[in-house]
Design a protein around this ligand. Structure first.
Ligand code: HGY
Ligand code: MN
Ligand code: MN
Ligand code: MN
Length: 390
């Protein structure tokens, strides 16, 4: 099963994945999901966004949902998302192999655009499913080519209507590769999530004055690249001194010539913090320093929050009920997940993590050993059995 999914969207040069939503490799990955689910006799439902759910059993209420996402960041790893989907299908196989009959419906789901790598809003599919984001807001989001979400979906034959299956979901469990080294440091194969740090993506638009890179005296320049560069340094320092996390991962320069001072620099800050207050403080400190710098450089700056994910504290009783019998550690994550969106929407939610020996993610170097992946499948099967009351 895993081998069929692996090649979809994989770059021959970097070994990383380019599985942006509503593009060929991601479409193929969704088709793979439907094929795998139907081969198991699961009833598949699709919505007008590309979100998928596959039902085990006839019931559609009081269900236990598991799953994750199939899309990737640019040049991402093989496990972030797909491991949760493959493990969910494999956990159904394990339970059936045990002769287990759930007393509550069990469903496997795949959410679209979890990474927000095409339209900029993280967990877009699950936000629309839960109503956390309205279609009116989302439909006008544009990708890097300027294509609106509504048109990208129309090109796929999708109308943007959201599925209603979450109405019948009583509990959601997402298995995910760990994006960090906590389990490595603890020498544990499996962990349970306690919380997700609040985090956001903020667009910094610096405007200066295009000019000749040679004939323009230094004192006459209004160089947005300089303002951006000093802001990147300030963000890094601010995150370090405050114990939080921040990086500029994407920079667009206009006109992007090599012998001209640019007119505009747009840069996206990814900032994460241990609390909402700390995140607000981090953003305020970075923005203040950026504005001061822009003032000195004769450039202007506007900052726009494009995607903000609130702090998520998972249901501690549910986490303990899952973790304690196996003595799995309960640990926070700084990565956002669909589980965070469903939890914020009021669905009792838990996450299982599988050890990643490199600790690296959002990179081709992301990894999980087969033995740990199998331990994850067993852990998920045990958790589904516990929650679906067979
Ligand atoms: O960006 C994140 O935190 C997640 O991997 N989508
Ligand atoms: Mn990710
Ligand atoms: Mn993920
Ligand atoms: Mn010239």
């Amino acid at each position: 099963m895993w081998r069929d999914l692996l090649p979809l969207g994989r770059s021959a040069s970097s070994g990383g994945y380019f599985r942006q939503p509503w593009t060929a490799p991601e479409r193929e990955a969704r088709a793979w999901f439907v094929e795998q689910a139907e081969a198991r006799g699961l009833a598949v439902e699709r919505d007008g966004l590309g979100n998928l759910v596959a039902w085990w059993g006839t019931g559609r209420t009081d269900a236990v949902l598991t799953g994750s996402h199939l899309d990737s960041v640019l040049d991402g790893g093989a496990y972030d998302g797909p491991l949760g989907v493959v493990s969910a299908l494999a956990a159904v196989d394990v339970l059936r192999g045990r002769g287990f009959e759930p007393r509550r419906p069990v469903a496997v789901g795949a959410f679209v655009e979890e990474e927000g790598s095409r339209f900029g809003l993280a967990c877009l599919g699950s936000r629309l499913l839960t109503g956390a984001t309205s279609w009116e807001t989302a439909r006008v989001l544009r990708d890097r080519e300027g294509l609106a979400l509504e048109d990208a979906l129309a090109d796929e034959g999708l109308d943007g209507s959201r599925g209603t299956w979450l109405d019948g979901v009583a509990t959601f469990v997402e298995l995910h590769v760990e994006q960090g080294r906590d389990l490595v440091d603890r020498d544990e194969a499996v962990g349970v999530a306690s919380a997700i740090w609040p985090h956001g993506r903020y667009r910094f638009d610096f405007a200066g004055e295009a000019n000749h890179a040679g004939t323009t005296r230094m004192e006459d320049r209004r160089d947005p690249m300089l303002s951006y560069a000093m802001t990147a340094l300030a963000a890094n320092k601010q995150a370090r001194v405050s114990g939080q996390r921040a990086t500029f991962g994407r920079v667009d320069v206009r006109p992007n010539g090599t012998n001209a001072v640019p007119s505009h620099v747009t840069a996206w800050l990814d900032a994460r913090a241990e609390s909402s207050t700390a995140l607000e403080q981090l953003l305020a400190d970075v923005e203040r320093q950026a504005q001061e710098r822009a003032g000195r450089d004769g450039t202007s700056l506007t900052v726009t929050a494009e995607s903000v994910s609130p702090e998520v504290a998972f249901d501690p009783a549910l986490a303990a009920r899952i973790a304690e019998p196996h003595r799995w550690p309960v640990i926070p994550t700084m990565a956002g997940h669909d589980a965070g969106v469903l939890s914020a929407a009021g669905v009792p939610t838990a996450m299982l993590f599988v050890r990643n020996p490199t600790g690296v993610s959002h990179s081709p170097d992301e990894h999980a050993e087969t033995a740990d992946c199998l331990a994850g499948v067993t852990a998920l099967a045990d958790t589904l059995a516990l929650l679906s009351g067979g």
